[in-house]
Design a protein around this ligand. Structure first.
Ligand code: BES
Ligand code: MN
Ligand code: ZN
Length: 506
């Protein structure tokens, strides 16, 4: 197997022009005046950096990148200029994107070592630059055998502090924290990218157990018999058509201090359909192609629990993964079946492809029994949400204004986009059934809302938010620090959310 371990990250001070590396990355604003780091390197190259870049049309626009071989005139073999756009728009996300893009360019140049000149005030800029680099360095290529021998692993990333900024404990901690979060997001990406033939519910449970051991988390796995005993009739039904039987995976962080351990938990629920064929309401080949990613919500929950373990907030964080494979077979649940949920509500199945809400309904009801202070579910729930918001924005639904605002601002800090959609009461009538308390599938229109309304039936009056990540779970193309494929969406937002709550002491 090739080396897929992440590069080592280190903070360094010292002039970029004197830094030895395969690639030296400089951030360039879209402005007539280059920043100090660019100016210094340009001077060391007798003005040739800016002259050549300008001649090639490089203006510092986002998406622009310029590579110059130094041919021994600097200790760095190549200089990469990466555009960050106009100064007034250069926020943390612009730096994350630029750093990711630069690292991907360096990897294409077969660099083993990269040095990034952290621009501006490192108190603000170190975290996004390091995170963009850590996320950008991620690759999922362990199954590609061609060219495996020639592949060059990126081994070291150095973050050069600007002139006058000294290394400090505080900056070390910022770096350590942001790398943990990035690693958790990359872990989630790998789980999502892993094919469904490998990542069955059982295998996901093993991954969760391994992750739990590595991070001092508690884990408990329940199989099909226990799901029956827990009266999770909806969850059980979704899993009954597959040879790969379902698992409820509970993974929890509990504070060491007794008082904190007794605080009301933050609970996270993830959809973990390891493969969604649609069941007997079979999907078309086109719509089925990416359905190994239908467990992205639970991958984010696992990533978030790793972050919780590092962060050690003064309240428990409880994760619940509802893992099942939705398959057609002689044992599969059918359209027309009436299921009895853990809450006791009955549901008429009118479409076996609306399986996520069935699994989540039972798991949410179970999570509510622990009286969480906040309950957040993450799920690749509806194609309708992709139609509404596209591939770069996720939907957020909530019955609680405060929780909705906390999550939206956490997402903004993290550089993940969410857009709040309404829980329209009127939409519930599309789920009216003649033979049971409700149907699992209404009409096409407003499908993301209908699904959220269905989930709301199972959360009582607990402050709850539902994140429909069906669109952004996968990136349709490379962009900034994202490659084509799994994004790890949700991990960074929940990490910010937990961190803010931990700081405010609840
Ligand atoms: N896993 C899908 C939703 C999905 C679609 C995720 C596209 C990612 C990309 C979900 O289980 C599903 O099949 N939803 C149906 C619901 C419908 C039958 C009510 C859908 O969106 O078509
Ligand atoms: Mn489905
Ligand atoms: Zn699904």
């Amino acid at each position: 197997m090739p080396d897929t371990s992440p590069p080592r990250f280190a903070l360094a001070s010292g002039a970029p022009a004197g830094t030895r590396a395969d690639v030296l990355v400089l951030f360039a604003e879209e402005a007539p005046r280059p920043n100090g780091q660019v100016a210094e390197v340009n001077q060391a190259l007798a003005g040739q950096l800016i002259r050549a870049a300008t001649e090639e049309g490089f203006r510092g626009k986002p998406e622009q990148i310029f590579v110059l071989h130094t041919h021994g005139r600097l200790p760095a073999s190549r200089v990469v200029l990466v555009g960050t756009g106009p100064r007034e728009k250069t926020d943390a996300e612009a730096l994350r994107q630029a750093a990711g893009r630069a690292v991907k360019a360096a990897q294409r140049l077969r660099a083993r070592s990269v040095a990034l000149a952290v621009p501006g005030n490192p108190g603000d800029t170190l975290a996004p630059v390091a995170q963009g680099a850590a996320l950008g360095a991620y690759r999922f290529d362990q199954y590609r055998t061609e060219g495996r021998e020639e592949r060059v692993p990126l081994e070291a990333v150095r973050l050069l502090l600007p002139d006058g900024a000294a290394r400090s404990r505080a900056l070390d901690e910022v770096l350590e924290r942001v790398l943990h979060v990035s690693e958790a997001a990359n872990f989630a990406r790998t789980l999502v990218n892993e094919p469904a033939g490998h990542l069955t519910p059982e295998a996901l449970a093993e991954e969760a157990s391994r992750a739990a051991k590595g991070h001092g988390l508690e884990v408990r796995v329940s199989g099909p018999k226990e799901l029956q005993k827990l009266r999770m009739g909806m969850f059980s039904a979704v899993g009954q058509g597959s040879q790969n039987t379902p698992r409820l995976i509970e993974i929890s962080y509990r504070p060491k201090k007794a008082a904190a351990a007794k605080a009301r938990p933050v609970s996270l629920v993830g959809k973990a359909i390891t493969f969604d064929s649609g069941g007997l309401s079979l999907k078309s080949a086109e719509n089925m192609a990416d359905m190994k990613s239908d467990m992205a919500g639970s991958a984010a929950v696992l990533g978030a629990l790793q972050v919780a373990a590092e962060l050690a907030p003064p309240f428990p964080v409880l994760g619940y993964l509802g893992a099942a494979e939705n398959m057609p077979s002689g044992a599969a649940y059918r359209p027309g079946d009436i299921l009895v949920s853990r809450l006791g509500k009955t549901v008429e199945v009118t479409n076996t492809d609306a399986e996520g809400r069935l699994v989540l309904g039972d798991v949410l009801a179970y999570a509510v029994e622990q009286k969480p202070a906040a309950l957040v579910d993450l799920a690749t729930l509806t194609g309708a949400c992709v139609v509404a918001l596209g591939h770069w924005v996720a939907g957020l639904f909530s019955n609680d204004e405060v929780l909705a605002d906390q999550l939206l601002s956490a997402a903004a800090r993290a550089g993940e986009s969410f857009w709040r959609l309404p829980l329209v009461d009127l939409q519930k009538e599309t789920l009216r059934s003649d033979v049971a308390d409700m149907k699992n599938h209404g009409e096409r229109w407003g499908g993301a809302i209908t699904a959220a309304i269905f989930l709301r039936e199972f959360v009582g009056d607990v402050p709850w938010a539902h994140l429909d990540i069906a669109g952004p779970a996968l990136a349709p193309r490379e962009r900034g620090y994202l490659g084509k494929g799994a994004t790890g969406i949700g991990v960074r937002t929940i990490a910010e959310f937990l961190e803010k709550r931990a700081r405010s002491g609840r």
